[in-house]
Structure formats: C-alpha cells, structure tokens
Design a protein around this ligand. Structure first.
Ligand SMILES: *Cc1c(COP(=O)(O)O)cnc(C)c1O
Length: 237
C-alpha cells in the first residue's frame, strides 16, 4: 500500500471512531434526559440528521445501531441513501427540510416520514400524488409550525394550525401524526416547545418533533417524541 493511501485509511478510521463516540454520547444524554423527566426511554426517538455528510460518516452510526435518519434535501437524499438503504432495509428516513410541490413524487419514493408539511398547496400535492395508481405508500406526516411567527421561516402560524389540520383531514384525506417546530435561533427554545406540545395535545396528536443539538434535553423535558440531532453527532457542517 502507498504511504499516502495508508494515511487516508487511518484518517477515515479515526473520523469513524469520533462520530461513533459522539453518537454514543448523544444516546446517553437522551437516556439521562428521559430519566430526569420521568419518561420511558422508548418514548423518545433520535433522528440523526446527516445532511451534508457522506456515507463514510453515516456508515459508522448505522453500525453503532442507529436506524432513523433525517435529511433536508430531496436531491441530496436521492444521491446518497438508496445504496445505504439497499444494504440496510430497516432504515427509516425523515424529510426535515422544505418540500417543493414538484418534488413530491420523488420525496414519497425516498422518505418514510415527512416532517415539513407546511402549506395548503403541499397538502394538495401530497394528496393528489398518493391517490395516483402505483403511488408509494403514504408516509407519516407532521405539520411544521412556525412557533416564532418568523416571516422567513416555513411553517403554519400557531393561530392557523387548527384550520390547516382540518383542511388536511377533511379536504385532502391526509392523516396527520403530529407537529414539528424549529424555534427562532435567538430565543430560548422552551416556550416554543411548550406551545407546540400544547397545540398537539389540543388535537390529540401524539408525535412531537422538537429539539436539536443545542436543546434536545429541554425538548425531551417538554414532551418531544422525536429529537433531530445533527452536529452533536456528525460534527460541524
Ligand atoms: C439541520 C437541522 C437539524 C439538526 O441541527 P443540529 O443543530 O445540527 O443538531 C434539526 N432540524 C432541522 C429542521 C434541521 O434543518
């Protein structure tokens, strides 16, 4: 073996070990947060957010036992996940980024869960595609709520969630599993998590996707069923 090739192999091995160590640490922190909150560990799922990272970073995390991953772009997912899926048929993929209506068909072929249902036109496009003969099986759907009412951020305003849920159900026949939010970066997250939990409870929705690397323990304390953790596992992007 050429010396520089050996260095590459060693560097990759070290990187894989680092990712694995961080993953194990995140899992331990989730278990501790569940214990602190008096919650069953099985009631919280880790969605490992692998956006921007290649298969060489993802493979060690799969090897360490993780099966649920989050991606924010359809194109990137189409490029890197089919091979990993073929090797690991029990993987589950969540779309956590905005979905354009013209990518709905492709998204349905790639994702088991779409966490970012955020507008009527997308609900209509999903419903239409799911009615098509030969369509992919229906994914689980979460409605993204713009809890901070930030103009630049996707999501349904808190005051419009009730009407949007009714529209999804009554007009489009879509079953909604729960809610998701991304709190404003410059505010404490807890009030946003509490608001999301309150809206979900009002509708009897059981799935709550909230909490990222910086605040997943807080989210677990406030009822998150899914935490989306990227950089704490894979490193900075
Ligand atoms: C990137 C991303 C995450 C993960 O963020 P980290 O801070 O790296 O854990 C979670 N949710 C969404 C919607 C994201 O886009």
């Amino acid at each position: 073996m050429e010396p520089d090739r050996t260095e590459d192999v060693i560097a990759q091995e070290l990187a894989a070990r680092e990712v694995t160590a961080r993953f194990v640490e995140v899992r331990a922190r989730i278990a501790q947060a569940c214990e602190d909150a008096g919650r069953d560990r099985a009631s919280v799922q880790l969605v490992a957010v692998s956006k921007t990272f290649g298969a060489e970073h993802i493979a060690p995390v799969i090897k360490a036992g993780q099966r649920v991953f989050g991606e924010n772009r359809v194109q990137e997912t189409a490029g890197k996940w089919p091979a990993l899926r073929a090797a690991h048929p029990d993987l589950e993929l969540h779309l956590i980024g905005p979905l354009q209506t013209n990518k709905v068909r492709e998204a349905l072929s790639l994702f088991d869960v779409i966490q970012t249902l955020d507008r009527p036109s997308l609900a209509a496009a999903l419903a239409k595609e799911l009615r098509r003969e030969g369509a992919a099986p229906a994914p689980r759907l979460l409605v993204q709520v713009n809890t901070g009412e930030e103009p630049q951020k996707a999501g349904v305003a808190p005051g419009e969630v009730d009407a949007f849920l009714a529209e999804c159900r009554d007009t489009h026949g879509l079953a909604i599993d729960g809610l998701m939010c991304i709190p404003p970066a410059d505010e404490p997250a807890a009030p946003h998590f509490a608001l999301l939990a309150k809206i979900a409870a009002r509708h009897g929705l059981k799935t709550l996707s909230m909490g990222m690397s910086g605040d997943f323990e807080t989210a677990i304390a406030l009822g998150a069923t899914h935490v989306r953790v990227g950089s704490a596992i894979f490193g900075g992007r």
